[in-house]
Design a protein around this ligand. Structure first.
Ligand code: SPV
Ligand code: MG
Length: 547
């Protein structure tokens, strides 16, 4: 499918104004100025390589320039394909290449190969026979995949001094061969020559003009005479030459750039044109907050008697759901998000824990210690940004991607569905749950959290379901600074022989961080995860998970 078609514009509405572009940036400026279409100019594309417009550049070089132009704009791009790079057979390939590149159409002129720019004086100028060019046009229309891909035939009869009659005969033949429009080029100093051509034009297709040597003609006059498109082929290039020459000359003369500063585009304008704002937004979305990806620690040491005998011969993380263990699902999701350094803390049935591409550390005192103690067994992994996951949760990988995009020093994934369900009277079975109170409570049926996330003010199973704003799902990320604070607080508590530190849960240490003023941020989700805490959870996981 032609990406941005030209033919509908030619068929209706006011005169189509096309601007010549020689690269992506000039095309963007033309689009910004409000032009309807781009003319990917052979003259300009050659000029910016500092070579004459004389089939010196190859099809491939022109195609590459056209690809850049097409990628930079949304409006239709007409590729100036000179004489089609050869005979009718070459033209067929030319059409295929430029159509695939996303051009809205091509223009092929009846210059012989190698062509000479219409304006060069004192050079050889030969046209191919009218039949030969008509066959090239036929071949072009046969080769296009999409009938909306425009084939514009161009005659150089007036340029070659062959007169209006010859130009008319050629234009008629090209229209009869299937051209969608005819470009009739003139290097006369006024519009008179073209006006007489147009007055005699009786062909069935629209006319295109390139008012370079007769720049005084107006859009109104062109329309009146039956033209449907005007191409301002090289004015942007010529403006750039003047501007560059002036600025360079001035800097060279004065020896400093300050003298031209008020005449050149501010850097911010260049940034905007080349998409720096989009670059920034994408960095926020897709790159890790620091320079390095975080490490991951999976807490899989615990033993939960209520799950016996399900976990008689393996820890929870090794339970299989539809042929894959919970641990394998977690490791795959982490790898897919670019987190390669994964430590699994084993305890109960540690010899049964297996997963490729991870390292293991052991909490052999799992029966009498808590999650924090397990996490600290992986202390080596906590020396920079890291995330931790409970070993019994199954989650959509998008949740992990969301957490990784957080810029917070301590970010927790919080499921807001708990709040909604509880308000709707659907108090979840089981528990106690790791519940969360945030600074910005969800408010009513629709809720959008602040972009930077909302601050968590309380967390843990002690939060009553009725006051909770969400549920902590057991997945959190610490920046390098957040990790350092966590270790500081831990070591301070350990140094003070804080009671119960060995038994502390992750929510207890998180609450300790909050109490010391460390901002802890909620990354909001709405469902998309499950934990295996009971037989019923396990049965539901089987029922709901696809392989
Ligand atoms: C071009 O811009 O390359 C054209 C128009 O073909 S002209 O230079 O006027 O021939
Ligand atoms: Mg050209």
């Amino acid at each position: 499918m032609t990406r941005a078609p030209l033919l509908p514009l030619l068929a209706r509405g006011p005169l189509v104004l096309a601007a010549g572009a020689h690269d992506a940036l000039s095309a963007k400026l033309a689009e910004e100025a409000g032009f309807d279409a781009i003319w990917a100019s052979g003259f300009g594309i050659s000029a910016v390589q500092a070579v004459p417009d004389a089939n010196i550049l190859t099809l491939t070089e022109t195609l590459e320039a056209v690809r850049h132009i097409v990628d930079a704009v949304r409006i239709p791009v007409v590729a100036d394909c000179d004489n089609g790079y050869g005979n009718a057979i070459n033209v067929m390939r030319t059409v295929g290449e430029f159509e695939r590149a996303g051009a809205a159409g091509i223009c092929i002129e009846d210059n012989d190969f190698p062509k000479r720019c219409s304006f060069y004086a004192g050079v050889r100028r030969d046209l191919v026979a009218v039949d030969e060019h008509a066959r090239k046009i036929q071949a072009a229309t046969a080769a296009r995949r999409d009938p909306a891909f425009a084939v514009i035939a161009r005659t150089e009869a007036l340029i070659a001094g062959l007169g209006v009659e010859e130009a008319l005969a050629r234009a008629r033949a090209y229209a009869a061969a299937g051209a969608d429009a005819v470009l009739v080029h003139s290097k006369a100093r006024d519009f008179g020559e073209l006006a007489s051509f147009a007055a005699a034009w009786d062909g069935p297709v629209p006319l295109v003009a390139v008012p370079t040597t007769y720049p005084g003609v107006t859009a109104g006059e062109l329309s009146e005479r039956g033209f449907r498109m005007a191409i301002f082929a090289n004015q942007a290039l010529r403006a750039a030459i003047v501007a560059m020459r002036e600025a360079l000359g001035e800097i060279r003369r004065s020896g400093r750039a300050a003298t031209v500063e008020d005449r050149i585009a501010p850097l911010e304008e260049v940034y905007a044109l080349v998409g720096v704002p989009e670059l920034k937004a994408n960095e926020e979305r897709f790159l890790f907050a620091g320079s390095e990806p975080p490490r991951a620690v999976i807490l899989a040491a615990g033993f939960e008697p209520q799950l016996m005998p399900l976990i008689q011969d393996r820890p929870k993380t090794m339970l299989e759901v539809k042929g894959r263990t919970i641990l394998d699902r977690q490791v795959t999701a982490l790898h897919a998000c670019g987190v390669q350094d994964i430590t699994v803390v084993r305890g109960y049935q540690k010899d049964r824990v297996a997963a490729a591409g991870v390292r293991f550390v052991d909490n052999d005192r799992f029966a009498e210690t808590g999650e924090l103690y397990s996490l600290l067994r992986a202390r080596e992994a906590l020396g920079g940004p890291f995330l931790f996951l409970y070993g019994d949760i199954i989650f959509e990988p998008a949740i992990l991607a969301r957490l990784l995009a957080s810029r917070a020093d301590v970010a927790l994934v919080v499921d807001r569905a708990f709040h909604d369900a509880y308000r709707a009277g659907l108090a979840p079975a089981g528990g106690p749950f790791d519940l969360v109170v945030t600074e910005t409570p969800p408010n009513g049926r629709r809720f959008v959290a602040p972009e930077s996330g909302s601050r968590v003010v309380r967390i843990g199973p002690e939060v009553a379901p009725g006051e909770a704003h969400g549920e902590f799902i057991g997945m959190a990320m610490f920046s390098a600074a957040g990790a350092a604070t966590l270790l500081d607080v831990h070591d301070e508590l350990a140094g003070g022989r804080a009671e119960g530190l060995e038994h502390a849960s992750m929510t207890q240490i998180l609450q300790a961080l909050i109490d010391r003023g460390q901002p802890v941020t909620a990354v909001d989700i709405h469902q998309g995860w499950m934990e295996i805490d009971s037989f019923e959870d396990y049965r539901r996981a089987w029922a709901e998970l696809a392989r």
